[in-house]
Design a protein around this ligand. Structure first.
Ligand SMILES: C[S@@+](CC[C@H](N)C(=O)[O-])C[C@H]1O[C@@H](n2cnc3c(N)ncnc32)[C@H](O)[C@@H]1O
Length: 280
């Protein structure tokens, strides 16, 4: 084992033959551009260490973006016996450069190997039921407006394999601190609802990334979710009826009528424009 330091001085360990900080930094120097909105090199190291700890066979990412995180995750999976990497994005135009498709960096960073890569554009966490797959670990880096990170987490829980820690990593815990009008508070609200035994904030990225363990009974997750969904939503625009219907359907399929009711009450309260959210 070799020892490394995150920028905040926390010691971590990684297998000797795994990608090291300098390898990851070199990939960033080659591929990263301003506005790409990707994880930072030390956040990638945090993901690497979780993958080394859990050794997931099947990994899912929600929020492909450029594919920078995806390419790196594929390397980490290969180093630890992983087999598949699936990445979802709700569209297929990269927001950092409209001339490119989401995930365009996966192949240059991970040209191929033991890990099977599956890019799924025009897909969200709400499509997971149709995919009928199981995953061991997930990374959510998609819509950070509350309640999306919570909804993505609830959509993942039924599809996480039950025999492991069911680790779900979330990005942008500190986004809300950087925003004048606070839209991106979803990861923070989610993190705060979880008991300390089931959450870990990393110092990487200045404390911008964390992981949750979804290894818990449905009732316990429902109580967490009921509290989370009842905090004021921070959407730029209200969810359309078609979206709400799909969210309610997902909740009704996997959770109790109680949680369905709490979700419906929260939507009635929060899913509309007001001065607080628009800042107008
Ligand atoms: C910050 S980027 C992802 C960056 C990437 N994980 C990385 O580190 O390189 C967020 C992506 O999430 C996508 N997205 C936004 N809302 C989404 C949703 N509800 N479901 C799936 N993808 C979504 C956006 O299109 C965007 O490509």
């Amino acid at each position: 084992m070799v020892q490394e330091q995150y920028s905040t001085d926390v010691m971590v360990t990684a297998a000797k033959d795994s990608m090291q900080k300098e390898d990851i930094t070199a990939i960033f120097r080659t591929h990263w551009r301003t506005g790409y909105g990707s994880v930072s090199p030390d956040e990638a190291l945090y993901i690497r260490d979780l993958i080394a700890r859990d050794r997931p066979r099947d990994f899912i990412e929600i929020g492909t973006g450029s594919g920078l995180s995806g390419g790196l995750i594929c390397h980490f999976l290969e180093e630890n016996g992983g087999e598949t990497f699936v990445t979802l994005d709700h569209d297929n135009t990269f927001f950092g450069d409209n001339s490119k498709e989401n995930g365009f960096l996966i192949e240059p960073i991970y040209p191929g190997g033991a890990v099977k890569v599956e890019k799924r554009p025009f897909t969200t966490g709400l499509d997971l039921d149709d995919m009928n797959r199981r995953f061991d670990m997930a990374f959510v880096d998609a819509n950070h407006q509350h309640p999306w990170p919570l909804i993505d987490t609830l959509a993942l829980w039924p599809h996480m394999r039950g025999d492991g820690p069911r680790t779900v990593i979330h990005h942008d815990l500190f986004l809300f601190r950087k925003q004048d009008i606070v839209f991106g508070i979803g990861p923070k609200y989610l993190f705060d609802q979880f008991p300390e035994s089931h959450r870990e904030a990393s110092p990487a990225g200045g404390g911008n990334i964390f992981s949750l363990s979804l290894a818990m009974e449905r009732d316990r997750l429902e109580e967490i979710a009921a509290n989370g969904i009842s905090l004021p939503w921070s959407l730029r625009t209200p969810l359309q009826d078609s979206h709400l219907k799909r969210i309610f359907a997902m909740i009704d399929r996997h959770y109790s009528p109680y949680l369905g009711q709490v979700f419906r009450e929260a939507a009635a309260k929060f899913n509309h424009m007001d001065r607080f959210r628009t800042g107008l």
